[in-house]
Design a protein around this ligand. Structure first.
Ligand SMILES: [Zn+2]
Length: 169
């Protein structure tokens, strides 16, 4: 009897889990830059932050690809680092993210200025963890297809499921 009840609870929670990041964010007061952005970009942001996103490195890990080749520039290893720092396809957007930043009311400073280090010595995990950089990252995501377009038909939609079955990274 008890077990049946808890099972239902788990099922309910599972159904909600797709949006849990979003709800958590709202209840905790959230990160203003992320909150203001479109939900899809926000979702991509969190997927990339966790590493469970449409990047070749992750798709290889879950068996959706057989290599880590970058589908934009052909580089051998498409990692998060590659996409945000080095991929030739997004050079202009990378310059804005790391160096130039954006002017105006919705503006932000480049990540190198904010963290006072060159991009080569800044791991993406650190940049994603730093709230002061999230606006720049979100803007990069809105101006590129990073994390949204992939080289395989099926998307990494099941990442929630993956996480719970293999215990995460
Ligand atoms: Zn590339």
């Amino acid at each position: 009897m008890k077990w049946e009840e808890s099972k239902e609870e788990i099922i309910k929670l599972r159904k909600k889990s797709k949006h849990s990041y979003w709800y958590d964010l709202v209840t905790r007061g959230g990160n203003s830059a992320v909150m203001g952005a479109k939900k899809t970009i926000a979702a991509t942001f969190y997927q990339l932050k966790s590493g469970h996103a449409l990047i070749a490195k992750y798709l290889l890990r879950i068996g959706k690809r057989t290599d880590m080749k970058c589908w934009w520039c052909g580089h051998e290893y498409q990692t998060r680092d590659h996409l945000f720092k080095w991929c030739k396809r997004w050079k202009r957007e990378q310059k804005r993210l790391w160096v130039d930043g954006q002017e105006g009311e919705e503006g932000y400073e480049g990540v190198e200025k904010v963290l006072k280090k060159p991009k080569i010595s800044l791991p993406m995990s650190l940049v994603f963890a730093e709230e002061k950089c999230s606006q720049a990252l979100m803007d990069f995501l809105s101006n590129t297809d990073v994390g949204r377009i992939c080289g395989v038909e099926e998307e990494a939609e099941n990442s929630d499921h993956e996480e719970s079955s293999d215990g995460g990274v």
